[in-house]
Design a protein around this ligand. Structure first.
Ligand code: IPE
Ligand code: IPE
Ligand code: MG
Length: 256
């Protein structure tokens, strides 16, 4: 059994502050281009927005914050941009982990990490180890992550664990599959935010976003701050999360 039941199987309890926020941090390149700066200047500035968002989420009592930093498809970018992104990731891990530790934040990195250079992999392992006991908030960075990659590796892992399932596929359950996803340690996101104006999922958490509230803003990621976060949370708080039920049923549950 997975730790958190799927939202298509049971309905999570409502709380005012989303328990889990997942963000596609988009618009770094356009932020820079609009200022006649090289695209990578936008990525550097984006790191500052990450810092501010992590702090703001922790202060507001968000339990899980998940940030999409590099997709399986981002390798298609020019080699020099990819290389700067890797450098920035390394620098951020070297510089920021102490602050995470001081603030009681646990770091997890999910994705196909074998594609990264050894130094980066080593820093990721060290940072995860160092912050493992922290309980205030879990910050997940999705790096070389793709929702399809995740589903595929989960199915492979489930089959490896239960090879007999290949003959009896009906044994495979939602809970079993979910327990092998890279983020099986977290409940599904309550709120998804995408900055940068595009309205798409771009191969992010395909399984987990099934019942997530989606919020899109035109703000470019480097301009995202605590006030922008609060606007997204306010929008979330006005939604009625029905999970397949009727409004009357939702109201009756809330009254009890
Ligand atoms: C998001 O910003 C950062 C990454 C994908 C790494 P972009 O680099 O995609 O910025 P735009 O979309 O080109 O403006
Ligand atoms: C999505 O942004 C991935 C990350 C933010 C890491 P992209 O800018 O790569 O998305 P698409 O390709 O425009 O959909
Ligand atoms: Mg983009």
């Amino acid at each position: 059994m997975s730790l958190f039941p799927s939202t298509t199987v049971s309905v999570p309890e409502y709380r005012g502050i989303p328990r889990h926020i997942a963000i596609i941090m988009d618009g770094n390149g356009r932020w820079a281009t609009s200022r006649h700066l090289p695209r990578v200047a936008g990525h550097a500035k984006g790191v500052e927005a990450v810092r501010a968002t992590v702090e703001a989420c922790a202060r507001r009592g968000v339990e899980f914050l998940t940030l999409f930093a590099f997709s399986s498809e981002n390798w298609r970018r020019p080699a020099d941009e990819v290389s700067v992104l890797m450098r920035l990731f390394i620098t951020a891990l070297e510089r920021e982990v102490s602050q995470l530790q001081a603030n009681g934040i646990r770091l997890r990195v999910v994705g196909e990490l074998s594609a990264f250079e050894p130094r980066l992999r080593e820093l990721i392992t060290q940072a995860e180890r160092r912050t493992v006991a922290n309980t205030r908030m879990t910050l997940t960075v999705a790096a070389n992550y793709g929702g399809r990659w995740d589903l595929l590796q989960a199915m492979r892992a489930a089959l490896r664990e239960h090879p007999e399932m290949a003959q009896q596929p009906e044994q495979l359950t939602e809970a079993m599959l979910a327990s092998h996803l890279a983020m099986a340690y977290a409940p599904e996101p309550d709120l998804f935010i995408r900055t940068g104006g595009e309205q798409r999922i771009s191969n992010f958490l395909l399984w987990q976003l099934a019942y997530t509230e989606l919020y899109f803003t035109d703000a470019w990621w480097p301009d995202f701050d605590a006030a922008a976060l609060d606007r997204a949370i306010e929008s979330f708080q006005q939604r009625e999360r029905r999970f397949g039920r009727t409004s009357a049923q939702v109201a009756a549950t809330a009254a009890t």
